[in-house]
Design a protein around this ligand. Sequence first.
Ligand code: SF4
Ligand code: SF4
Length: 64
Amino acid sequence: MPIVINEHWCKKCLICIEMCPRNLIEADEQGLPYLKDPDECNECENCAWVCPDFAIDIPEKEEV
Ligand code: SF4
Ligand code: SF4
């Protein structure tokens, strides 16, 4: 999974949905964002940068 969303930190503001240039993030029935198509994510980090609560992590990038 290219991005990991910490549901305990997420306040469901949904800014990340607006800011993904590939429109890959959607909200589930609880209003929590999730990555709908992981294969299409290029780990651009936009969603992680715009999240006001630091709820989005990009683990594969951190290992580099
Ligand atoms: S920007 Fe952050 S806090 Fe807002 S919905 Fe997305 S993950 Fe949650
Ligand atoms: S890392 Fe970039 S492409 Fe992947 S979900 Fe976040 S904003 Fe979209």
